[in-house]
Design a protein around this ligand. Structure first.
Ligand SMILES: [Zn+2]
Length: 339
């Protein structure tokens, strides 16, 4: 175990002191899809002290093409991504303290998770959550690293509170990408490229080498051989609602949170109960078995197939309705089976 980090320590900008710093830091990763699994593995191998990883979803076959922590067994067992991730990450480096949270990032929870972390890595698949991360990071003064990819395109940017413009400052000025993997698919190399940028920046922050941080917004398309680095330092807005003088953190306010969401590339809708609940999945299994259809349960979730739809309910009451992108159809099914 003694020379585990020797190659990283030989790298002068990190050295023994930097490695010590890395081993004392706590990183929060929001999302355990393609970006989250690659980012988490890189940080755990690098010897991070503590990792919290949050995701709302479970492993499916279509994830295996690019989400590097997951196996066929995970897909077969429909394990929540963060549980499968924790299993694999603990096998890679048992000295890292890893907390796995199965949840959809809401404003209230984000505020709770964000305290006591040194850095947040964005690995979500939607803009709403990114804007919430942006507000929470500004509220608690925590650096975060934006990252997104679709098709062969990727984009990333490092946000340091009180120094750089925040994501909200860039809205409307800089193209932040509108495509989703619904329409464009995604290739693994685009994911790894974004993660390489994100984790390089993360290591600089964790060792305290802020002079080496990149202050440009990077975007690229690996298939079209395009690359751009946009200078954004002058885009910081004095009246920004997230990082300006009279900030209101609009994305953390209750009104801006949707309770339903069409999930990226999945022909599925997620419905979140208005108030937190704890579901008794075993009792629910018995009730649903009487309704016909196929019921499958593991300790974390229950899957119920009926006709062309499949409904997956988590312990926290969230439901993912597969087989539709229509929110009202999904809501009808939700109320029919789960009240
Ligand atoms: Zn701002």
């Amino acid at each position: 175990m003694n020379n585990r980090y020797s190659r990283q320590e030989l790298f002068t900008p990190i050295g023994k002191a930097g490695q010590e710093n890395i081993s004392r830091k706590h990183v929060l990763i929001i999302g355990a899809g393609a970006l989250g699994s690659a980012g988490a593995e890189a940080l755990v191998r690098a010897g991070i002290g503590q990792l919290t990883i949050v995701d709302r979803d479970y492993v499916e076959w279509s994830n295996l093409q690019r989400q590097q922590l997951y196996t066929e067994d995970d897909a077969r067992n429909r394990l929540p991504k963060v549980i499968a991730a924790k299993n694999r990450l603990s096998a890679i480096n048992s000295s890292v303290s890893i907390e796995a949270i199965i949840a959809d990032a809401s404003a209230l929870e984000l505020k709770e998770w964000t305290q006591n972390v040194d850095l947040i890595i964005d690995a979500t698949d939607n803009f709403e959550t990114r804007m919430m991360i942006n507000d929470a990071a500004q509220m608690y003064g925590i650096p975060w690293i934006y990252g997104a990819c679709v098709g062969s395109y990727g984009i990333t940017y490092t946000i340091i509170p009180k120094k750089t413009p925040c994501l909200s400052c860039l809205l409307g000025t800089v193209p932040l990408g509108g495509l989703t993997c619904d329409t464009a698919g995604i290739i693994g190399p685009a994911v790894n490229m974004v993660v390489s940028y994100q984790i390089s920046e993360a290591l600089k922050i964790l060792v305290g080498d802020s002079d080496s941080l990149r202050n440009k917004l990077i975007s690229f398309d690996l298939w079209k051989n395009q690359y751009s680095a946009i200078k954004v330092e002058k885009l910081k807005k004095k009246d920004c609602p997230s990082c300006g003088k009279e900030r209101t953190y609009p994305y953390l306010s209750f009104e801006n949170q949707t309770k339903t969401a069409v999930l990226c590339g999945r022909d599925s809708v997620q419905i979140r109960p208005a108030h937190p609940v704890v579901r008794d999945l075993e009792a629910l299994e018995k009730t649903l078995q009487k309704q016909g259809g196929t019921v499958q349960r593991n300790p974390y979730l229950l899957s119920f197939s009926t006709g062309s739809h499949r409904l997956v309910i988590f312990q926290d009451g969230r439901v993912i309705v597969h087989g539709t992108k229509n929110i009202s159809e999904a809501k009808t099914l939700y109320h029919r089976y789960f009240g």
